[in-house]
Design a binder for this molecule. Sequence first.
Ligand SMILES: [Zn+2]
Length: 321
Amino acid sequence: MMVSDCIDRNGVWSSEMIMDLVPKEIAAKIIGMHPPLNDESLDSVSWLGNSLPTNSLQFQSKMAPNSCCPRCGLEESILHSLRDCVFSRYVWMALSHSVSSSSFFNCSLEEWISSNLLNSSLAVGNVHWSLIFGIVVDAIWRCRNRLVFDRVMIDCVALCVEVSARSRCTTLAFRQLSNSVVHSENPNSSVIRWLPPDTDWVKLNTDGAVSQGNMVAGCGGVVRDHLGAFIFAYAKHVGFCSVTQAEFWGILHGLRLALQRGFLNVCLETNSASSVQLIQSGCNPPHSCAILVFQIRSLIPKLSTCIVLTSSMKLIMLLML
Ligand SMILES: [Zn+2]
């Protein structure tokens, strides 16, 4: 996703879209800035010079007793902290063999940042190197701060595991986000996203999932009002079951909790087409979901329930029961 995707045709921030993408306080900061001009120039990497408060910088400002690296005692410049310190060097080399055979450790700070953030050809597994690079820089700096401020030593292996997990999660989130955004040359195209229910209604979004490794299943959901304000959320382990069963568990728990809290107008949104179909038609034993479906169907007369089925965040069906 590009910054330009968050700017409308009038050159104004699409504030709702930004609010959907990042935490409120960050969205407020972005919206507070003027959007970049559409001069069709290529994106570029910017770096805020000596803004990282290393000991070297702080010592110059008389804010630190010395300029030494808290790990090795050498001068703690930005490059030393993020790349050249023996600790950081070990992390980089553990994450990618290619860094040792390149000019990775032999260039200026600006070259180092630019060349790695703009490197679109290198990947580790399914994750772009540019993403890993950004996450490692952040992780190394946080790790350094834990040592300085909390006296907590994080070893290289733990840091690499953290980076690996964050990289995978971020990649997955980007993929889901790109699937949820309609890219088209059509000027009438629009971004399809979570839509609020009508006034006096709440919307229940549910999901269920099963871990591929051990088949442990879980479900969860969130309930929001017609303004999009959070009301409550839930998450629950549901033992071992199929994905469809986990989806039904999510729906059943959500509807029960909504009813317990006195919400009678509930708009249920799920991405499970099979679940919606079975709730509509009902199903009998020996179907593995028969009891769950029965329980859900028995709750529905107690509620005004609207079911919205989403597929890749695209609204494809709306029905009233
Ligand atoms: Zn050092």
